[in-house]
Write a protein that binds this ligand. Structure first.
Ligand code: UDP
Ligand code: MG
Length: 316
């Protein structure tokens, strides 16, 4: 019997690019004759005609499966839902906008089936076509992340990845609410082959990630995979105490030796403001960890499924 591959495709308002995606999918499925290649679209609460298009495809083509969320839960939730409901021997996560070249699939499959890897991941070595400011901050983020986290997170890594069942099950075991896939993939370990490619621009439609959204996502990554900021807070506290102690000694000696001239209130105001700032900053860091812990303890479902054509859906 043929082995099967499921492509998990998160879609949020992708009506413009879906027909192109389907064409490319058919091409690559034809190339991979020795496999049954299925596609599982996860509609992340799109507000356009995405779900209608997907349903049309599913009617004509029985390899097309879909799952539609009750609202927009975010790409991370879509990836989780896709992995949970994918039943192929191998599973790949792929963006709908064709920025993850389907042409790499045969090479990825070869790595997993013949070369003994548990997953084949991709990273882009250029960021052509991306705003320079965004690339700059992205690079800074990866550098910082790799310094403060023990989990390896590859610069330029995409979520485009093919994996074995074992790898997929390991990821599903990480059922945290605040998900950061790039960290989760690194955390589970196993042998991963990295395939490099030149950045491809989105084929149609618009990016769903604003600069602000990316910033929030990067904070999620840091909080999810490093506790260094918490330790940093203690270090800052100790440092400020030390400086205060030195000042105390200096002022004491000065007063004893030279009497007490009129105190400089501007410097006092500066010190109070500075300390107030440091305290708020540290409380902010604590607050971020606490808020994430709060959300985790609620144990809310990661996604809610509205419609699907998969028979036995396991609700999360
Ligand atoms: N996406 C999603 N939910 C969201 C945002 C994005 O499922 O809330 C999907 C989107 O449809 C696409 C993929 O995630 O398939 C990557 O999004 P996009 O191409 O906009 O991001 P970029 O490539 O610009 O980082
Ligand atoms: Mg994209």
């Amino acid at each position: 019997m043929k082995r099967s591959v499921t492509l998990v495709v998160p879609c949020y308002n992708e009506e413009e690019v879906l027909p192109l995606f389907y064409q490319e999918y058919c091409k690559v499925a034809e190339q991979l004759q020795e496999y049954v290649v299925e596609v599982l679209f996860v509609d992340d609460g799109s507000k356009d005609r995405t779900i209608e298009l997907v349903k049309e495809m599913a009617e004509k083509d029985e390899r097309v499966k879909y799952l539609s969320f009750s609202r927009n839960f975010g790409k991370e939730a879509a990836i989780y839902a896709g992995l949970k409901n994918a039943d192929g021997d191998y599973v790949a996560i792929m963006d709908a906008d064709l920025q993850d070249p389907p042409a790499l699939l045969p090479e990825m499959l070869h790595a997993v089936t013949e070369e003994g890897y548990d997953s084949a991941a991709t990273r882009r070595v250029t960021r052509k076509g991306e705003p320079p400011v965004r690339s700059f901050f992205a690079r800074c983020f990866y550098r910082l992340m790799n310094k403060i986290s023990t989990t390896e997170i590859m610069d330029g890594a995409r979520d485009y990845r093919l994996m074995t069942r074992q790898f997929k099950d390991a990821i599903l075991q990480m059922s945290e609410y605040n998900r950061f896939s790039k960290g989760i993939f690194g955390w589970v370990g196993f042998k991963t082959k990295w395939i490099e490619f030149e950045n491809v621009e989105r084929q149609a439609g618009e990016t769903k990630w604003s600069f602000w959204k990316l910033l929030v996502y990067s904070v999620e990554g840091i909080i999810g995979f490093s506790t260094v900021p918490l330790a940093l807070v203690s270090v800052i506290g100790l440092l400020v105490c030390f400086i205060a102690f030195v000042f105390l000694v200096v002022i004491l000696v000065k007063t004893l030796c030279f009497g007490d001239p009129v105190a400089g209130w501007p410097s006092m105001a500066c010190i109070i403001l500075l300390l107030g700032g440091i305290q708020l900053f540290c409380m902010g860091i604590l607050g971020m960890y606490l808020s994430k812990t709060y959300l985790e303890t609620k144990k809310r479902p990661i996604y809610i499924c509205g419609e699907t054509n998969i028979l036995e859906t396991n609700e999360s």
